[in-house]
Every structure is written in C-alpha cells, then in structure tokens.
Unconditional design. Structure first.
Lengths: 367, 510
C-alpha cells in the first residue's frame, strides 16, 4: 500500500510530539486534580508503566516485522477474534483523536478567541491533518520533525523564563494524604502514555527495526522528562489550591511571563498547541485510516481520509457537553479505559503470541 | 564515378514521393540550388555565390543573417579562390581554414547545417556538399548581470549564445569530468539544449532522470529556459514554490556543478537552470561565498529573517490588531490605534489596499522604461503614501508594515521565490483576517506540509532541515569558514563527498 520508509527516530518523534502536546494541554489539570502537590511523585512512578508500554509496542512490531497492528492481531488471535480486537483499537484511536481535537477547540474558544464557533477549529485542524495524511506517512513524519525543531526551543525557553516565579516550597508537605492520590495520578499518566500504541501502525514502515526496543524505551523516558517541567512548574508557581482550579495551567504560565519588554507570550502557546495538536491529529488520523483500509483489505487508504475526518469532527462535537464534561471523563473513566486498551490488551497480545508458534512469521520467512 | 549512369536514377527518384529523410544531394548544381531556394523562398536571406574554375562549377550557399561575414570572406571564399587551381574534382578533400568542416550527402543535413550558420559548398556533378562552420552574427557581449549584482566577486554573466555560456563554465571548471549532453529541442525552433554535470560528483540516477525527462519533451519551440523548467518539473508542478533554480551567473552555476547539481543551458537565453534545487539554494546569494564568513553568516540570518517577515508580517499585523489586542504591550497598542482614529476601513481591508497598491507600483516600475522609472517612486512613495495618511484613509502603522514587508521581500536573492512569498503573503493575510493568529498558524502549518511534500528530482525540498543532515547546516543559516566546509551536500552528491583531502569521509576510509 505504502512503499515509503521512515527512520526509527522519525517514528518515535511522532509519538513524542503527539503525546506531549495533548498531555500538556488536557492532562496536567487532571493529574493535578488527582495528586495535587504530589504530582511529581506520580510522574516518577509513571516511569515503570511507561517503559512497559514502550517495550510492548516495540516487541510486538519486532516479532511481526513489516506487519501493522491490524495484521498481527489477526495472526495472533485468529481472524474473527483478531478483527474484533482491531476494531476495539480503531475505536480507541477514534476516541483519542476526537478528545484531543475537542481539547484543542476548547482551548481556543475559552482562552484565545471566545467568539469563534468551536467547529471552525475542528474543521481547520482536520483539513490540515487530512492534507498531511493524503501526502503520506513520509510527509507527516517529516513535517513533525520540523515541528519538533520549533517546539523544543519554545518549551525550553518557557521553562527558563518561568523560573523566577517558581517557589518549590509549594511542594511541602510531601505525601500528606498518603500514597493513594499519587497512585491515581500515576494511573492517569499511564493512560496518557498508553496512546503511544498508535505507533504500532507506523512501525512496519520503519526502515530498520534493529534495537527498536531500546529506542522506544528511551522515547518513553524522554516523554516522562517532558512532563517534569509543566507538572512541577504549575504547582510551584500557583500553589496547589490555585493550580487545581485552572483549566489550562500551562497556557497561563506562558501568559504570565513578564520579563522586561517580553510579556504576554500567548502567541507562543498558541503556536505550540496548534503545531502539536496537528501532529497528533495527523498521526492518529493516518493510523485510523490505514487501519480501516488494512482491515477491509482496501487498495488505497486515501479515499477514507475525508469520510473519517468528517466522522471525527462530529464525534468530537458530541464527546461531552462542555470542557467540564471532558475533564470529568478524563479524570474518572479515561484512566481505566485507556490503560486497558493501550497497555493491558497489547500485553495480552504479547503473552498469547509467546505461546502461539507464530505460524504467520514462519510462513513469511519461507517465502 | 561515372556521372551519366547515375543521373537517370537520381532524376527519377526526384519525382517519386520519397520521404524527406532519404533525400540526398543531387548531381546537378542548378537543380540543387533551385531546391533550396524552393525551401526558403525566392527572396529570402539565402545567398548563393557561384564560382567556376575550368569545368568545375561550384556554389556557396549560406544564410545571410546567420553567418559571420568576415569568416566567410577570409576562410571560405578567399581560401577557395586560392585553391581553385588545385581543385580538380570534389572527391578530394578540400582544405578550408574554418574550424569545422564536414562532408555531407543528405538533403536534410544540408538544411540543418544552413540553419545553424554553416556555409554549404556544392559542386556541379557531384552528390556531395561541404559544410564549413561560419556561424556568427551579432550577439550580446558578456556583460555584468543587471539582475544578480554583487559587491565583491566575479562579474561576468551569461549571454544568449549557448557556446559562450558553456565556455564561461568550462573556463571556471577545468576538469575533463565536466560532461555535456547536447540535444536539439523544439520541432520548429530546433533550439540547442545542453545538460552539464560533473561525472563522479553528480548522482548518476539524478543525471539519468534529468536526461530522460529532457528526452521526453515534445514541443514546437523553446524560447527560454522556463519552457524546459515547466516541462521537466517534478509531478507536483502546481506548487507556487520553484523546484528548479536559475541563475545568470557562471560562477553560481559552476558552484552548483561542483556541489553535484546539474545545469541545463538553453540557447537563446542567459538564464541557466540548476537542478536539484532545495529551498536553501534560493535563499543563498553567491556573494555569501565571496565575503568573509562572519559577515556573510550575519547576512544570511538577516535575509532568512527578512524572508519570513515578507511572508507573515501583514498577516501578523492584522491578526494582532483585530483579534489579539491583549498581546500587544499597552503603550504600543495606544500608539498604533491612536493613529488609526478616523480611518474608515478595517485593518484587514486597509492592509490589503496598501499591499495591492504596492504590487501595482512594483509592476509599473518593471514595465516602465528606466528613465521614467524615477517618476514612479515619486508618485508612489510621496503622493500615494503620504497623501493617503494625511487624508486619513490609512493609518501610519499600516504604511510602515507594508513598506517593511516590501523592503524585506527585496532582500530575497532569488526573484522567483520572492514572487512565491508575495502570493503566500496575501493568502496568509486573508486567513488571519478571518481567524486571527490561528489562521496565520493554520496557513503556516499548511505551508510546512506542502514544503515537505515537495521534491526536486527526488531530493526533498527542505533537505538539510528535514531530513536532517547535520553537516549541511554549515551552509544553511550561517556559512562556516571554507576550512570547515569539507564535505559536499548530503542529498545531492552521494558519490564523492569530500571537498578537501582531510575531510571526514576520507579519514574514515583510510
């Protein structure tokens, strides 16, 4: 279907930018709501599940080289059960993309341009993603690479500029309510990192899968590091009480930067989240469209781009009544649901594939 | 060779409908000449000069407007006259003192040579013709380029003659590996086109691709290299971005050849094409390599910044003032909105009006004769700009923004990417007047995807940035000293990357 190949690093960069940006936008408030001033402990604990996720995704792809999630699910579980699991994954991706689009739209309508209807943002970002998907995986990954070149300096810049407002005494006392809330935060972070399973659609196009596991684990560690700044920063700047009530705390920290003539760096925040959300939407849209095409054995996935895009925009509208509804969902239900689909199911797949003697792979090698 | 035996055959074959290719030069001189006169028309610039020595009748045919009279007189007619006594029959090789002399027999070849400025010598009773190179005629001399000017560096520029142009490059690159593939293009115009590359530096597959794309061209006439450019562009040719570079300067083209690029020279135009072209090439001036590295690095950064400004500035101004007033520091906001008091239009309309006015002015400046050009700047700058502000039709801030954009766009070294920037500027202006900063970012992301999807002869358009090649960054936003530029560009030259003996590639192999 696609003959293009991307490098390992490009594939993993896609994972990094898509998880980081929606994570910063939507998940920081959720984690802070759960764990409060102990969020940093949640983050530390989240390293282990994160590594497990990265390991699982990479190992599955290495075990079935050149096959995407859709194909190896059917090899591991048989045709019917496998298809069912594939559909679960695809629905999960669909849900994930609609959530991040919704979050992106809500961010714009509540923080930047309140009078513009939210659908405008959905449609705009879907047009961009659809165009990128139409151009193919190579273009998506290269665009994302260029985006990361812009994103990382902004993030570092913002971290340095907010330094003077930070008061680390806000973290005391540690573990006031015992470890429970911190573990809740860890679960929320795990669910966020679970969506890296989308890379299982991309790995078949990586030109060299040697040492993929190591790279993917390093990626997960980078992802954890990317969250240190915003999670600790928000609590350190605003204190636990205020931080809990904020919708877009990371955006507010950018907005409050004031050093000499440099003030009101909102435009950087807008740039950051637009670029990152685009990367995430493009990656997930590509994964869904390619997944459907592979499931139904279509020759070309490109005809699916527009219908699926339209579907996504509608799903994001009916996702929740308002921003509060979205946050409630992310806080109470999403951790269990996403962790199950993105971590437990792949782990089960991995275990089952261990016992099955990989008939498909042998047959393929014989070819 | 007995003449009478074959004459009957010849005359009979003359009447049969023979294909044009198979026609040969006839035995009879008068018939021969009549045939060429029929082709060109009786009163054309085809000149015939008859000569006779004893029984041997000769005629020299040439097209008046294509030959150099001096060469004609001295090296053909004068020499022939001197040899007249020695020439007994045309079978012997006649000795002319022109640089190229050919013996030809085909009718078609005679026509081709005549049209290339050769003079044709025909003999009565022999089916042979001699073609002597006498091409000439007036050509513009090699002068300084008026489009790409430099403060320091070589000043020569190409002219319209393909041979002069190839010579200008050969004189800079004295290697025998400089290969030239020549071809005539255009069914009617028969324009010579030459593909130049350095064997061992250029990638073989790109060279093959270029040659095969040129071979596939079928067109009636090629009057400028743009015809070729549009015909051999990569499939995504509906992009506003040029994927083929052009220059009038031999030093620029030679530098490109030495990086492994491929030049395409078209006869009749001083504009030479260079492929594959990445976006960095369009934002580089050849003077970057003739000024000291620190200065040229600063200039490169400045120019890159100005290029970005020339694309986004009007859009950014409109977005900030219409949707995001809170992002502008308060004193600045008061200053800008204060001047705009009483201005009847919205900012977007105001900027659009001024931008369009400026585009009209610029176009007028190009079309006008140089002597009248100065008047335009007075009318445009003083009357329109000053008067519009005084009359309260536009704010001063808008005039400043438009002027800054315009000046920024003049810093772009390559004219065709500056035009691209002009087009994109308007699109971004419209987007940001509808959606504010998000519109601007939407446009920029779209642009980024588009640039990533572009390829110039299989080389990604954004080459050293994405895909990332660390070594090529030395010559992208800055230029490091020559002593550090040891390797050639990654994507373009794959075979032979080391510029200097002690380069990394060399060290690795040792």
């Amino acid at each position: 279907m696609e003959k293009t190949y991307i490098t390992k690093i490009q594939a993993l960069m896609l994972g990094i930018s898509s998880i980081t940006v929606t994570g910063h936008l939507l998940f920081i408030p959720v984690i802070i709501d759960h764990a409060g001033r102990d969020s940093w402990i949640s983050l530390l604990l989240a390293i282990f599940p994160a590594i497990l996720i990265g390991f699982t995704v990479a190992l599955l792809s290495q075990r079935y080289p050149g096959r995407s999630m859709v194909e190896y699910c059917q090899l591991i579980l048989g045709k019917w059960l496998g298809s069912l699991v594939v559909i679960i994954f695809l629905v999960y991706f669909l849900h994930e993309i609609s959530l991040s689009i919704r979050g992106f739209g809500e961010f714009y309508t509540s923080a930047v341009t309140p009078r513009t209807p939210i659908a405008v943002f959905f449609i705009a970002i879907l047009i961009l993603a659809a165009y990128a998907v139409h151009c193919g995986l190579e273009v998506i990954s290269r665009t994302n690479q260029a985006i990361l070149v812009i994103l990382i300096p902004i993030v570092i810049f913002a971290t340095i500029l907010t330094q003077k407002d930070k008061d680390y005494l806000n973290f005391l006392p540690i573990l006031e309510n015992s470890i429970g809330p911190a573990l809740d935060g860890t679960l929320a972070l795990t669910s966020l990192y679970s969506s890296i399973f989308v890379l299982s659609m991309i790995f078949p196009y990586v030109n060299n899968t040697k040492r993929l596991k190591r790279y993917s684990i390093v990626t997960m560690i980078i992802l954890v590091i990317m969250f240190i700044g915003p999670i600790t920063g928000v609590v350190a700047i605003y204190g636990e009480e205020r931080a809990k009530g904020l919708y877009f705390p990371t955006f507010l920290t950018l907005r409050d930067i004031e050093i000499g003539a440099l003030q009101r760096l909102d435009i950087l925040g807008i740039l950051l989240w637009s670029l990152g959300s685009f990367a995430k939407v493009a990656l997930f849209l590509y994964a869904i469209v390619l997944g459907i095409a592979q499931l139904f054995k279509l020759k070309d996935y490109k005809i699916l781009v527009i219908p699926v895009g339209a579907l996504v925009s509608i799903i994001s509208l009916i996702n929740g009544e308002d921003l509060n509804g979205i946050f409630r969902f992310l806080e109470n239900y999403y951790p269990f649901y996403s962790t199950f689909v993105g971590l437990i199911l792949p782990l089960l797949l991995l275990i089952i594939s261990q016992f099955r003697k990989k008939p498909g792979v042998k047959k393929r090698r014989a070819e | 060779m007995s003449r009478n035996d074959k004459e009957n055959e010849q005359s009979s074959s003359e009447h049969s409908k023979e294909p044009e290719e198979n026609k040969v030069v006839l035995y009879d001189l008068a018939e021969n000449i009549k045939r060429y006169k029929d082709v060109f028309g009786e009163d054309s610039d085809l000149s015939v000069r008859y000569m006779q020595h004893e029984n041997l009748k000769m005629a020299i045919l040439f097209i008046d407007s294509l030959v150099e009279k001096e060469i004609m007189d001295q090296h053909v007619i004068h020499v022939l006259n001197n040899q007249l006594n020695d020439i007994v029959s045309a079978d012997e090789e006649i000795i002319l003192s022109t640089s190229k002399t050919k013996k030809i027999t085909k009718h078609k070849e005679v026509l081709e040579h005549l049209l290339q400025g050769y003079s044709i010598i025909l003999f009565d009773g022999y089916p042979i013709a001699y073609a002597a190179e006498t091409a000439g005629g007036d050509r513009r001399p090699v002068t300084e380029s008026s489009v790409e000017t430099v403060v320091r560096g070589p000043r020569e520029s190409f002219n319209e003659s393909i041979m002069t142009n190839i010579g200008l490059i050969r004189r800079r690159v004295h290697t025998p590996h400089l290969q030239i593939y020549k071809k005539e293009l255009g069914k009617e115009s028969k324009t010579s086109v030459a593909v130049l590359y350095i064997k061992g530096i250029a990638k073989d597959n790109i060279v093959e691709e270029v040659i095969s794309r040129i071979d596939n061209i079928s067109i009636d006439a090629v009057l400028d290299s743009l015809y070729i450019e549009e015909l051999i562009e990569d499939p995504q040719r509906y992009s506003p971005f040029p994927t083929i570079f052009n220059s009038e300067r031999p030093d620029r083209i030679s530098a490109g050849l030495l990086e492994g690029r491929i030049a395409i020279i078209v006869d009749g135009t001083p504009v030479v094409l260079l492929v594959p072209a990445t976006i960095g090439l369009f934002l580089t001036s050849n003077e970057d390599y003739y000024q000291r590295y620190d200065i040229s690095s600063l200039m490169k950064i400045l120019r890159g910044g100005a290029f970005v400004l020339s694309i986004i500035l009007p859009g950014l101004y409109v977005a900030l003032l219409t949707y995001h007033q809170e992002m502008i520091p308060t004193p600045l906001l008061i200053a800008v909105t204060g001047q705009r008091e009483g201005v009847p239009f919205g900012i977007a309309i105001e900027v659009a009006i001024m931008e369009i006015t400026f585009e009209i002015l610029r176009e007028a400046g190009i079309r006008l004769p140089k002597t009248v050009g100065a008047a335009i700047s007075i009318v445009g700058g003083l009357v329109l700009g000053q008067a519009a502000v005084d009359a309260g039709l536009v704010g001063q801030g808008t005039v400043i923004v438009v002027a800054l954009t315009a000046i920024s766009s003049f810093t772009t070294p390559s004219y065709n990417i500056a035009i691209t920037a002009r087009m994109i500027r308007f699109i971004l202006l419209i987007l940001s007047s509808f959606l504010g900063a998000f519109g601007l970012i939407f446009g920029l992301i779209f642009l980024l995807i588009h640039l990533n999807s572009l390829r110039s002869f299989s080389v990604p358009y954004l080459a050293p940035i994405v895909p990332f090649h660390k070594g090529d960054w030395k010559d992208l936003f800055i230029r490091v000293p020559w002593s550090h530029m040891k390797e050639r560009p990654e994507e373009i030259s794959n075979n032979n990357k080391n510029r200097m003996e002690n380069s990394k590639v060399n060290r690795q192999t040792k």
